[in-house]
Design a binder for this molecule. Sequence first.
Ligand SMILES: [Zn+2]
Ligand SMILES: [Zn+2]
Length: 271
Amino acid sequence: MLLTVRPALAAAAALVMVCLLASACSDGDGGGDGTVAPTTSAPSTVTATATAAPTASPAPDPFASFSNNVEVSIEGDFVVLRSDGLPGHVSPYFDPSDPRYAEYDGDNPQFQQNPNGIATQTLVLRVPRDPQPADQHQATPLGPIGVAVNGVALFNQYAGPDQPLTNEINSFDQCDGHPEQQGLYHYHLVPDCLLEQVGADGLVGFLLDGYPVYGPEEEGAAVDIAGLDEFHGHSHPTREYPGGIYHYHVADEAPYINGDGFYGLPGTVER
Ligand SMILES: [Zn+2]
Ligand SMILES: [Zn+2]
């Protein structure tokens, strides 16, 4: 009996070997993956032990996400964000002599450029270093309610006191921003131009209360907006905050960035 089993096992083993060899050789990608796998798994165990041993800061510094037109500093309990407010992408609102000028090439047939032009700003936002939920949630003001990682001001979902953006939307350029009368360029909704840079699930900025704003996707799928609270956020770990944090999510539909006010106690903005 044993003698008959052994050859059968040996034959099965041989078959497995043949299959492995065949699959390894048959497709170039598979073979490539097969040879890469051991080398990638080896460093990953090294980094795993390396991150476990020291106090470990594998998470990227969230404030390192800002482009270099934003100066980041710490003042007491606040992170101070000083921005020139200029978008790092093209706009028809730059002066035509400016290399960043580009004619409107978006997909809104009703686009109508407003009379304002982009001007360099001195935008200073002081946001809490350690954001905390507010006991009483404040409504967002008109004007800057936060700043994107590219230094562009974030505005709320209103064109004026309780006025929807209906008409104002037609003056949004191809990157969904426009300048107000003082030349402050801003987004009421976060554009693909920025999401292409940070990723659809990336960190797009901060609101004045110090809580981060993330893109419209999470773990490869669109965030379920219905699952967000009235401020347009929820809490769980993120790449930058592995311990978990409250955060807002942007969406294509109103209220776009923030819902019914700040989740946390807002800092200040000067300009
Ligand atoms: Zn506006
Ligand atoms: Zn989330």
